[in-house]
Design a protein around this ligand. Structure first.
Ligand code: ADP
Ligand code: ASP
Ligand code: MG
Length: 421
């Protein structure tokens, strides 16, 4: 007998038939003698619709009311799943974030979890009642509903698993595991049997939205056994994901030491939601970078890739960097506000770019990966506008039109089209 957390995303609870299918998955685990907490998302598309309502109501929403509205989709699915389980003869009750309570900070819209008091929840589960928890939501220090950022139900599930000291956290979604790249873009993408926390963290933060970045961070920190699997598998006969990673289903996210066969590159991610800012002809002198990035930091704008050109005349240079696409208007406004100090000739903003990244812990011990990558992209006529690297990833910025070509090219180049020998 084990205590397991099962998380179901939007597509998995998209309508009543899908919710009944989820109930069948849960019933399977209960029948096998396990204690179960379920975390659910809102029905597919529902959260977007709620965000649109908020934006229709006002241009400058009070973030606490934004959270009151957008968290409601999960309230509906948690209640409906509890009803479907009861209908199947499985004892179940719904839990909203505030009822647990799942305590967050006050960063509404992107709140972080501070603490979970799991006592009452645990007692109820131990008494044999399946806990159906509304994901994505918690309660702020001032007692207001707070949401955890888009895709946040993954983080709810991992946090609940950690608080309950669960044996496993199964993330059920609309793909049957973590793939070498987004299977919707590259038909040759392959399911990974195992992926390390470190690689999954990079993949998620560089665009692979199959898991919310924070959920992976938390799983790594709290040592939560995490599996990604499909809710479309037969709910009665589907087996468990093997803890040794030899399963024919799902992907196990685990520590690096548990992965014996290591490819140099394990995965490729892409992110379209970045924008490029270019300052033409700014002074090439000490302090100029601080003068540009200081005000952006004050405005809470994250800068990612940065390129400063070599100055041809020793006096002026061009500087290019990326910011989240949603922050482009405010970044441009901040830099316009500092024009007298920065004294640039021109300020340009562009959104027709994409960041493509290769990820792999094997890169730590392999030289020449970047050179190989750049050479192959050049052969395909793809111009690289900016580069960033870390020990286990290389990211490049390219024209958005080349996104698919770049991802496919790199997928083949690093041997991901075939099963490793
Ligand atoms: P859920 O609603 O279940 O949370 P999401 O839409 O958030 O599901 O995440 C699942 C999606 O992530 C898949 O449909 C897939 O298109 C996308 N995805 C992106 N990169 C990857 C990857 N490397 N492996 C698997 N899925 C990926
Ligand atoms: N429903 C929320 C969203 O769409 C949370 C989630 O699905 O994880 O972002
Ligand atoms: Mg998701």
């Amino acid at each position: 007998m084990a205590l397991i957390v099962m998380k179901f995303g939007g597509t998995s609870v998209a309508d009543m038939d899908r919710i009944r299918n989820v109930a069948a998955h849960v019933k399977r685990e209960v029948t096998a003698g396990n204690k179960v907490a379920v975390v659910v998302s809102a029905m597919a598309g529902r959260t977007n619709e709620l965000v649109d309502f908020v934006n229709d109501a006002t241009d400058t929403p009070d973030q606490r009311e934004y959270d009151a509205v957008v968290s409601s989709g999960e309230q509906v699915t948690s209640g409906l799943l509890a009803l479907c389980l009861q209908n199947e003869g499985v004892a179940a009750r719904s839990w909203q974030g505030w009822q647990i309570p799942l305590l967050t900070d006050d960063a509404h819209g992107k709140a972080r979890i501070n603490d979970i008091n799991g006592d009452e929840l645990r007692q109820s589960i131990e008494a044999g009642v399946v806990a159906v928890i509304a994901g994505f939501q918690g309660i702020s220090p001032l007692g207001r509903i707070a949401t955890l950022g888009r895709g946040g139900s993954d983080t709810s599930a991992v946090a609940i698993a950690a608080a309950l000291d669960a044996d496993l956290c199964d993330i059920y979604t609309d793909v049957d595991g973590v793939y070498t790249t987004d299977p919707r873009i590259v038909a040759k993408a392959r399911r990974l049997q195992k992926v390390s926390y470190e690689e999954m963290l990079e993949m998620a933060s560089l665009g692979a939205k199959v898991l919310q970045t924070r959920s992976v961070e938390l799983a790594m920190l709290k040592n939560v056994r995490l599996a990604v699997r499909s809710s479309f598998d037969d709910p009665v006969t589907t087996p468990a994901v093997n803890m040794d990673g030899t399963s024919t289903i799902g992907t196990l996210v685990c520590s690096e030491e548990e992965i014996v066969e290591q490819q140099v590159v394990s995965g490729i991610a892409y992110a379209k939601d970045e924008a490029k800012v270019t300052l033409i002809s700014i002074a090439d002198k000490p302090g100029i970078a601080a003068a540009v990035f200081g005000p952006l930091a004050e405005a809470n704008i994250n800068v990612d890739m940065i390129v400063q050109n070599v100055s041809a005349d020793g006096l002026t240079t061009d500087m290019t960097f990326t910011v989240p696409e949603a922050d482009l208007p405010s970044a441009l406004a901040v830099l316009e506000g500092h024009k007298d100090v920065l004294n640039y000739k021109e300020l340009l903003g562009a959104t027709n770019i994409v960041k493509v990244s290769i990820i792999g812990v094997g890169m730590r011990s392999h030289a020449g990966v970047a050179a190989e990558m750049f050479k192959e992209l050049a052969a395909k006529g793809i111009n690289i506008q900016a580069i960033t690297t870390s020990e286990i990833k290389i990211s490049i910025l390219i024209d958005a039109a080349y996104q698919e070509l770049a991802v496919r090219t790199l997928h083949s180049l690093f041997g991901l089209d075939q099963e490793p020998e």
